[in-house]
Design a protein around this ligand. Structure first.
Ligand SMILES: [Zn+2]
Length: 557
């Protein structure tokens, strides 16, 4: 007796003990198991590789250590972009050719172009009169030298081709941007980034420490007199300002493809659908390319086409969405200024992501937060109205005027958008208690958020992209302000600020530029609010100390 430990002994024993008729079954099972394991190994380790989270961290740290020195290198700006995109949803493949115009808007000649690339997109560069002088395949950094430097004010046209080809299956879900029904890719994803890419840096203090990196500033300090920091906005980081965008995009015969701007032409070729789009007004270099089997609901508002692209089974809130867009367009054009696109699209996408986002003239909107919930009974304010009003407001606050990349920048987009949304809600409901629910939501967002702050809470006008401040606190403050001084006064300040800065070349405005428009609207007696609400962190500890009542002549109290 005793335990049998060696594998050989066990196998010998098995040969004696396992009956003849089971042996074949076991052998077949073993071969099948090895076959499946080999197939999985081939797909997840050889055909598609992946990095562990430790490897990814290491990668980011090395990238920063090696290339941070190029962060301030002189680069041209992207001033014009043309895309030729072929989507193959059922193969989950995409091919991109981009014709880009770069302009030297600096005061000195530029002789090198730096790129940060994503290997999965296999980029190929066609830059006239240039040589690839540096290539780091591991970390994805390239430097091209221009044989003739680009002089100040001069432009250069070049092409970049990328493609993403799906093969087999991956260890994780893979790229959920390209799928059978509901492809959603944004321009940052499909093209290599020009210059050093700060967003690749590790952000967590402790993780950075592990790799010997100093803690990162969340944002440059707010400046009274603008320096170089005002030359970039926080969205495009100085790589571009407002640009022209044109796209020819094709997809399978049963799908529609959407790109930013007005549809110029639509045709069929080789059993595929083709679309040509062009933006009506120069826009932020920030947009999406989308394809799916869509139904389209259209409503005309003045000369704007309001369009909702939705899945046939998800029509339940579509009318409500058209109403919400119309309501936003009405309030924002009356109070803030014109809308500069000829269309206004809401485009449903699958719930791999659960957000709605504002691109110029378009709003991709996750099915999970508006299309697959039935709001039939929600008579007054509801989440769809609020989300659409917020995203629509970004067509003014972000897409017309964008804050400089420094403290306070997101107040000018997120606080303003959330305030605008609250104002459309205010006009929608007759019930002040309903409004209270919305305000409470934003108010709680602030209080909850500040309790979880790991770094430092900033006053609103110096917000460092902290969501609980720019959404929660910012919107409640602006809403309270219109309660105190009047809706007209707050909106006048916002409108005048927009009028000065909309669609302007840099320098981009700061929160102090807005304060200059706000202050004259506030009577002297309330001037303390500027300090208490915007420039300091003030919390109120209100309590009811005493209550009394008396009977009136009519018998009521
Ligand atoms: Zn927003």
């Amino acid at each position: 007796r005793g335990s049998i430990s060696s594998l050989m002994q066990r196998l010998k024993m098995a040969r004696k003990q396992v009956p003849q008729q089971y042996r074949l079954v076991m052998l077949i099972t073993l071969i099948a198991w090895m076959g499946v394991a080999g197939f999985v190994y081939y797909n997840t380790q050889l055909l598609n590789t992946y990095k562990t989270s430790d490897e990814l961290e290491q990668h980011s740290a090395s990238f920063e250590k090696k290339y941070k020195k190029y962060e301030k290198v002189n680069l041209p700006k992207i001033t014009d972009a043309k895309y030729f995109i072929d989507l193959f949803p059922y193969k989950r493949d995409v091919k991109v050719r981009a014709v880009l115009q770069y302009t030297n808007e600096t005061n000195s000649p530029i002789d090198t172009l730096h790129y940060n690339i994503d290997k999965d997109w296999n980029p190929e560069f066609f830059i006239p009169n240039s040589d690839l002088v540096y290539e780091d395949k591991e970390l994805g950094y390239l430097i091209f030298q221009l044989r003739t430097p680009l002089q100040p004010g001069d432009s250069l046209e070049l092409e970049i081709e990328t493609k993403s080809v799906s093969q087999g299956f991956e260890n994780s879900a893979g790229n959920t941007g390209i799928i059978h029904n509901g492809t959603f890719l944004n321009n940052f994803e499909i093209l290599p980034a020009l210059g050093y890419n700060e967003s690749r840096e590790l952000s967590d203090k402790n993780t950075r420490k592990k790799y010997g990196l100093k803690p990162k500033d969340r944002m440059p300090e707010l400046e009274e007199n603008c320096t170089e920091h005002c030359m970039a906005n926080y969205l495009t980081d100085g790589r571009s300002d407002f640009i022209n965008v044109e796209t020819v995009i094709s997809t399978s015969a049963d799908q529609m493809a959407i790109a930013p701007g007005s549809l110029v032409r639509k045709w069929e070729e080789n059993g595929r659908n083709y679309y040509h789009y062009k933006v009506d007004h120069p826009s932020q270099n920030f947009y999406a390319f989308i394809s799916a089997k869509y139904e389209v609901a259209i409503r005309k508002w003045n000369d704007v086409d309001i369009e909702v692209y939705y899945d046939k089974k998800h029509e339940v809130n579509v009318e409500r969405m058209l109403d919400a867009v119309e309501r936003s367009l009405t309030y924002y054009t009356e109070n803030f200024g014109p809308y500069y696109h000829k269309q206004c699209r809401i485009i449903e996408f699958p719930r791999y992501e659960t957000f709605a986002q504002a691109f110029p003239g378009t709003m991709p909107y996750s099915e999970s937060i508006g299309f697959v919930i039935n709001l039939e009974d929600a008579e007054e304010n509801n989440i769809v109205d609020a989300v659409i009003a917020h995203e629509m407001a970004h067509q003014w606050w972000a897409h017309q005027v964008m804050g400089a990349k420094m403290q306070g920048g997101t107040m000018l987009s997120e606080s303003f958008a959330e305030y605008s949304s609250l104002m459309t809600m205010k006009h929608l409901t007759n019930n002040p208690m309903k409004m209270r629910e919305f305000l409470k939501y934003d108010h709680d967002r602030y209080l909850r958020g500040r309790s979880g702050e790991v770094d430092k809470e900033m006053p609103l006008y110096k917000v460092e992209n902290q969501m609980y401040i720019h959404y929660g606190k910012g919107s409640v403050i602006l809403y309270a302000l219109q309660d105190y001084i009047g809706e007209d006064k707050v909106n006048t300040a916002m409108r005048n600020f927009l009028e000065e800065f909309k669609y302007q070349k840099p320098p981009y405005p700061t929160s102090l530029d807005f304060m200059k428009y706000l202050e004259p609207q506030i009577p002297d007696s309330l001037h303390y609010l500027i300090d208490d609400w915007f420039k300091e962190i003030t919390l109120y500890d209100n309590r009811l100390n005493e209550a009394s009542y008396k009977e009136l002549e009519n018998g009521k109290y």
